[in-house]
Design a protein around this ligand. Structure first.
Ligand code: ADP
Ligand code: MG
Length: 260
């Protein structure tokens, strides 16, 4: 059965603030599909990503998020990950003396232990094989796995580590918020090409981006435009091209009245 992420009439605000940011988001992403979420700055895209991540700074006031029919909002961040969601803010932070390979093996073992407390985890030969396979597929130099996490990854290397993490954890649905790296075209390309290689029958993705050019490297099945906390338009890849040409002005003038 293919996994489904379903967002229903989601309303959210910053914890402790009156003003709503998300004002009724509806979205369904299935395993195997690539959805792009676009929209002008301040429309609520990152807020949606944060709510999916379970960031306690945000409060859901209405609506629900279901993963395969289960209430995501009641799950802790690690449970969300075990249930098959990958939230790409979780790339390795600097940990002294730990290599990327160690970090990833630990992540796999934690996932396996959660499912079966008696498991011994992934064996070294199995893990080595898995890493080789994934790095070859992604075109990542094999020496990269031996890098220490505290050595200071460049923006592009962080993205590469993130894509590799996604590849080994094999999530059902990956959520990527690429707005902040929007100006670094190399980092953007690494993510987009990685996601295109990983997306298939077993993985779906919600790619959040301000910039149409991300979509030069990844072909979305569906494109959604968020404005003032709602998805105001959805379409195929051609909607992204249209936005590239006309900018967000048409969206602003068409939907400004609904903003109040
Ligand atoms: P986008 O990612 O589409 O640019 P955001 O979700 O980052 O939009 O922001 C939507 C609106 O919510 C903006 O007006 C922003 O200032 C406000 N907002 C988001 N997060 C916070 C926060 N933690 N504290 C205060 N305001 C916030
Ligand atoms: Mg954002």
């Amino acid at each position: 059965m293919s996994a489904t992420l379903e967002i229903r009439n989601l309303h959210a605000r910053v914890e402790g603030q009156e003003q709503p940011i998300l004002r009724g988001v509806n979205l369904v992403v299935k395993q195997g599909e690539v959805h792009a979420l676009m929209g002008p700055n301040g429309s609520g895209k990152s807020t949606l990503a944060n709510v999916l991540l379970g960031n306690p700074a945000y409060e859901v006031t209405e609506g629900e998020i279901l993963l395969d029919g289960e209430n995501l909002l009641e799950m802790e961040a690690d449970e969300r990950s075990r249930a098959g969601l990958f939230l790409a803010f979780q790339y390795p932070v600097a940990i002294p003396g730990v290599t990327l390979a160690n970090f990833l093996r630990h992540a796999i073992n934690a996932r396996m232990k959660a499912q079966d407390p008696d498991t011994k985890g992934i064996s070294i030969p199995q893990f080595t094989r898995l890493m080789r396979e994934k790095m070859t597929m992604l075109g990542i130099d094999h020496s990269f796995a031996g890098r220490y996490l505290n050595e200071g990854f460049s923006g592009g290397e962080k993205k590469r580590a993130e894509v590799l993490q996604m590849a080994v954890l094999e999530p059902k649905i990956a959520i990527l918020d690429e707005t902040d790296s929007g100006l670094d075209i190399d980092a953007l390309r690494i993510v987009a090409e990685g996601v295109s290689k990983l997306v298939g029958p077993n993985m779906g993705a919600l790619v959040i981006t301000h910039y149409q050019r991300l979509l030069n490297y990844i072909k979305p099945d569906r494109v959604h435009v968020m404005y003032a906390g709602r998805i105001v338009e959805s379409g195929g890849a051609e909607l992204a091209l249209r936005l590239e040409e006309e900018g967000y002005e048409r969206i602003r003038s068409a939907y400004a009245a609904s903003e109040a």
